[in-house]
Ligand binder design. Structure first.
Ligand code: KG4
Ligand code: ZN
Length: 347
C-alpha cells in the first residue's frame, strides 16, 4: 500500500521482452520498464530461445530496480507480484518465475501466477474503466490468434483459434520473404501504407461455414508463391502492393469473424489485444466495422499491446482481488491453455 493505493508489480519474460511494471489500484501506471532484445535477435531473423533466456537472466535485476525506482516505491510497499507463468518459451518463462519466487520468498510479498494471453486481454482494463466481464475479446499476437469470451477475470472461454500460423507469425514470415527483416509486423504495417490493398487477390481462408477458427498459412503461402512466380518470370514486384494486399486479406477475415462472434454472443463491443492490435489498418478496420454496428471497440494504446509488465500487473491485480494467489511451488507452463485455471496447477 502507498497513500491508500493498492500496489501491484507485473513481471513479463515469456519471449524476447524483459518487462516489469508497477500499477496503483490496477490502472495507474507508476512505471512500465521494457527491455527489448529485438536488436540482439534481429541478426538471426527471429527469437533464439537460449539467447533470450540468458538476456532475461542478465537484465531482470536491473529492470526490477528501475521499475521500483521510477515508481518511487520500496518493495515493502508492493501488495503482490504477478509473473507470467505461461505460455511462452520454457527457458524464458523460467527466468521470470524463478526471479519472482525468489523476490517473493525474500520479501514476503505474495505471488500471483499470470497467463500471458489473459494479461494481453486484461491490458484493456488499464485504460478502459467501463470494460468489465463478461465481454468478447480478439487476441492477435505473435504466438496466438483467438476469439475469446471473457466470462470473469479468471474465466476465459475459447470461441475460435488459429489452426496453423498465428497472425503475427504470418506477418513476420511475409516480412521476411519481402525482405523487410525482423520483427516484420510493424514494417509490413508501414510499407502497406504506400501500397494498393486490392492490387493482388490473396486467399482469404474462412474454413467451414460459421467457423470462428482461423487459418493464415494458406494466405502466407500465397504471398510466397506470388513472389516466386514473379521472380521466375522476371517480373518486377511492387513490395508495397504485396504488403498492403496481404494485410487486407488477413484483416478481412479477422474483422468478419470478430463480427460473427459479436453477432452470435450479443456483447456490447469487442476488446482487441496482442501485438498485432498495434496494426494501424486493423485498428481502423475494427473501429469502422464496430461503429457501423453501433458497438464499442476497446483497444489498448500500442505500448500496452505488445509484451509489457503493466498487462501482467493488471491481470495479477484482478486475480489478487479474487484471492487467487500462487504458492511457492508456482511452475512455468510453456503450452498453457487459456481456459486452464492456473491456480489449480500448483495445488
Ligand atoms: O503480443 P506480442 O508482443 O508477443 C506475443 O505474445 O506473441 O506480439 C508480437 C507480434 C509480432 O509478430 C509482431 O510482428 C506483431 O506482434 N506486431 C505487428 C505490429 N506490431 C507488432 N503486426 C502488425 N502490425 C504492427 N504494427
Ligand atoms: Zn505477447
Amino acid at each position: 500500500m502507498k497513500d491508500g493505493k493498492h500496489i501491484t508489480m507485473g513481471i513479463e519474460s515469456s519471449c524476447d521482452e524483459t518487462a516489469i511494471a508497477v500499477l496503483a489500484d490496477g490502472r495507474e501506471i507508476l512505471s512500465n520498464v521494457i527491455s527489448s532484445q529485438i536488436e540482439i535477435h534481429k541478426e538471426y531473423g527471429g527469437v533464439v530461445p537460449e539467447i533470450a533466456s540468458r538476456h532475461h537472466l542478465n537484465n531482470i535485476p536491473f529492470v526490477f530496480q528501475k521499475a521500483l525506482r521510477e515508481a518511487n516505491l520500496g518493495l515493502t510497499e508492493v501488495d503482490e507480484i504477478g509473473v507470467t507463468a505461461g505460455p511462452g518459451l520454457a527457458g524464458a518463462l523460467l527466468m521470470g518465475t524463478a526471479f519472482a519466487k525468489a523476490v517473493s520468498a525474500a520479501s514476503g510479498v505474495p505471488l500471483v501466477g499470470v497467463h500471458h494471453i489473459q494479461a494481453h486481454i486484461l491490458a484493456n482494463t488499464i485504460e478502459h474503466p467501463d470494460l468489465e466481464p463478461p465481454f468478447l475479446s480478439l487476441v492477435v499476437s505473435g504466438g496466438h490468434t483467438h476469439l475469446i469470451e471473457v466470462l470473469g477475470y479468471n474465466e476465459f472461454k475459447i470461441l475460435g483459434a488459429t489452426r496453423d500460423d498465428a497472425v503475427g507469425e504470418a506477418y513476420d514470415k511475409v516480412a521476411r520473404v519481402i525482405g523487410l527483416g525482423y520483427p516484420g509486423g510493424p514494417k509490413v504495417d508501414r510499407l502497406a501504407k504506400e501500397g494498393d490493398p486490392h492490387a493482388i487477390e490473396f486467399k482469404r481462408v474462412y474454413l467451414e461455414k460459421d467457423s470462428l477458427d482461423f487459418s493464415f498459412s494458406g494466405t502466407k503461402t500465397g504471398v510466397i508463391n506470388y513472389l516466386h512466380s514473379a521472380q521466375q518470370r522476371g517480373e518486377e514486384v511492387k513490395a508495397a502492393d504485396v504488403a498492403a494486399s496481404f494485410q487486407q486479406a488477413v484483416i478481412d477475415v479477422i474483422v468478419d469473424k470478430a463480427m460473427w462472434a459479436l453477432d452470435r454472443t450479443g456483447y456490447a463491443g469487442l476488446a482487441a489485444a496482442g501485438g498485432v492490435a498495434c496494426n494501424s489498418a486493423l485498428r481502423a478496420a475494427l473501429a469502422a466495422a464496430l461503429e457501423s454496428r453501433g458497438k464499442k471497440l476497446w483497444i489498448p494504446s500500442p505500448i500496452l499491446c505488445t509484451d509489457n509488465g503493466a498487462m501482467v500487473a493488471a491481470a495479477a491485480y484482478r486475480k489478487a482481488r479474487l484471492g487467487l494467489f500462487a504458492t511457492d511451488r508456482l511452475d512455468c507452463f510453456p503450452g498453457l491453455n487459456i481456459e486452464t485455471q492456473l491456480y489449480k496447477l500448483d495445488e
